[in-house]
Design a protein around this ligand. Sequence first.
Ligand code: C5P
Length: 241
Amino acid sequence: MTRDEARKKIIFALDVHGLDDIDRWAGILAGKVGMFKVGKELFTSCGPAAVKAVQRHGGQVFLDLKYHDIPNTVAKAMCEAARLGVQLANLHALGGAEMMEAAATAVQKEFSDAERPRLLAVTILTSSTAETLRQVGIEDSVQDMVVRLALLAKASGMDGVVASPLEIALIREACGPDFLIVTPGVRPPFAAVDDQKRIMTPAEAVSSGSDYLVIGRPIAKAEDPVQAAEWITDEIVGGAP
Ligand code: C5P
């Protein structure tokens, strides 16, 4: 794998809340990472201007708003996400097949394959445990639910899923080589674990079959964030097949 291919796999989590912060991070990391993740905190604080700010620096965007609502509402929200020109956008697979199909169909109807974002489904949040699922009436294990929801997402027209690195192999086996897998919970050897629970190194995650790695604090909290991004790129190149 080339350095450029490895760099493109890194999605920097913009876990900040102001346009100044975006300018600072996108300014130094555009060209050093493949994409920037705009999540609920930043989008609630700055709105679509957050996406535009990243794009002004030449950065690509993963809009991580995890939609979960009635099919018509999610389909319309997803079309608005596509209109912002983002590369990745997501919803909760637990919203069901009809909701996912409505979103995929609406986006495909309005946008060409080249210009539309790839649509991802969140399977089970990395913070959830068997107990979390049991409390809401789901008796299956987290792993069984992840595979079940990944298969449902694929059958409903999603391009891929967001999942923990420890679930990559199971999803790859169930959903095949072309299904995108995006993984948070990645920690390079030089970084602190923070509140991440089930982690892998970037090289391990890529070797297991992850297409994109969502990485925040190992870069944001590093003494030299650009150097940290370069080290992560090196580690992926060195460790990936
Ligand atoms: O831990 P890090 O700062 O690299 O987090 C990057 C992204 O991973 C966050 O924006 C969040 O979406 C996700 N995350 C997660 N599980 C955690 C902590 C963060 O999935 N325990």
